[in-house]
Write a protein of this length. Sequence first.
Length: 101
Amino acid sequence: WKCRNAIRTRRPNRLSRATIFLWGDYETRCFWWEPFEILRRLTLTGFVLISTTGYSMMRGLIATLISIAFLMGLSVLVPLRSKIDDALVLGCHLSLVILFV
């Protein structure tokens, strides 16, 4: 978050160059998307299993809702620089939602 001004103004500083692997593939306006993507992955693979032990239907519902929310966010924001990458990510998220449903 500390390097947001350097990213937005396209004047790289030491911190923004060190964290380019987190925001380099994204549009400048969506430089913050990767931490949310990592949180989504952690939630779907670990937190849902830990927090809902014994409630298998609840796990599926939470995973479905999270996947739908991220699919909607992706379709509205279109955060990646490459349109091909955007289409691929949207397709993968759509298949994940279909899998959960």
